[in-house]
Design a protein around this ligand. Sequence first.
Ligand SMILES: [Zn+2]
Length: 288
Amino acid sequence: MEIPALPLPGSDELHQLVTNAETRVVYEVLYETRDEPLDMIEIRDRVTLRTGSANEHTGRRLRDLRTHFDVEVVPTPGVRTRPRYVLQGWHPEADNRTRRITVTGSLRARTFHNYGNRCAQCGRTPKDDGIRLEVDHKIPLELGGDNELENLQLLCNQCNNEKQALFGDHAGDAAAIKAAINQENVHLRIGELLKAMAGKEVSIDLLNLVAQDENRGDPTRRLRDLRALGWTIDVSRRKEGKRTMSYYTLTGWQPWPAEGPRAAVNALEAERKRRKKTKDQGSGEGGL
Ligand SMILES: [Zn+2]
């Protein structure tokens, strides 16, 4: 089979198709080993060598690539459990066959189990509150989300409607939201959203939605981190009905630190503590 010119590793074309840096590294490895394909363990080893950290998500990254790329699984003679992965071709438009696959019964059941039959947003349950629960895609399919368990959550119909309405309000910003929401960590998701909104006000609700943070509900901590990295973000608070709504506007930003935002913030924090300790001890020795 002839391979139509695949995007080159490191190209802009690839960057646009694959927003996640680690997924791009997986692509790079597959690209380079088309003639001598590797099995999953070998792929993971190569990825780990290049990213400098252990990569338990390599399998998932490889699945993500299938949105745009045909990756064929070929058996290794004599070792049935270790098939090899061959990059065969690609299609610039996302593959709708993989997109349309609905959430299977077992994934639904696991989502209900994981969320304890409770709305992830408001915490209400059908038993106590008479609400109806729906399986929701944290990152919507049309914004690049998938049907993996990690992307599924339970929402009550009311919270789900509010979420849909919020996306509806921001239909014109879909490209900005998509680019931000698929970034690999929460600082990048928040920072890239603010940048992409180009000085416009961003509500706390939209920030929350795009942040996909494990520490639900408080992206303000992440904003504090960005400020520590030299970003300037204005905040304005307005009463809307019963709620006081916060809006954030980016007025200045810094390039992302090479070691990643979280490591950079931790280093700043450690430095601050060290200085404080040295000062408290009144000695120049410092150290731990
Ligand atoms: Zn709810």
